[in-house]
Design a protein around this ligand. Sequence first.
Ligand SMILES: Cc1cc2nc3c(=O)[nH]c(=O)nc-3n(C[C@H](O)[C@H](O)[C@H](O)COP(=O)(O)O)c2cc1C
Length: 181
Amino acid sequence: MNPVLENIRQRRSFKQFKKEQISEEQLQLILEAGLYAPTGNNRQGCIFTVLQGENLKRLGDAVREAFRRGECCEKRDVPDDYVCFYNAPTLILVSEDRNNFNGNSDCACALQNIFLAAASLGVASCWINQPRNTSDAPLVRALFDEFKIPKDHIVYGSAALGFADGEPRNIERRPGRVLRP
Ligand SMILES: Cc1cc2nc3c(=O)[nH]c(=O)nc-3n(C[C@H](O)[C@H](O)[C@H](O)COP(=O)(O)O)c2cc1C
């Protein structure tokens, strides 16, 4: 099988990460893959915000507290050790203007490029939705402002990146999802 198709087949979502950080070279290649994703009308409006270290911890804390308060997001009784990105050492937030009809799709294309690039480099990844669910919660939005994410942007999705701690789930693909009328 050609290596692109093999990579698509082999990529998995990981939900346990080691503490070890990915290299700057890996990060740059992964970001480049995101930047090369297609966008509706060639708008290229997705913004990629890389969080590591203290900034990433602050986002995890803000998301946890936002769920507990339930302000502009679903109220959830999350435990003290809840970290939506599984303590992965890097998170890339992918955001777009909430008024762009294609914003969600553009971000999803970029994220899939990111996941495939990561898999090809031996970097584990997972889509993390909680920054989206809490995008309008005041605590989280204040951090987005500090990170200079444009005010009219929604973080449509994010990519946790790091090294796998354990094996991913082996998920069979549901049959019967292709129609050829
Ligand atoms: C739109 C979308 C949102 C997702 N959100 C989350 C999430 O918030 N947390 C998480 O652990 N996984 C999330 N995932 C990953 C899925 O759980 C995962 O893709 C699915 O279980 C199939 O596993 P695989 O990626 O290994 O094939 C999301 C995936 C997609 C496409």
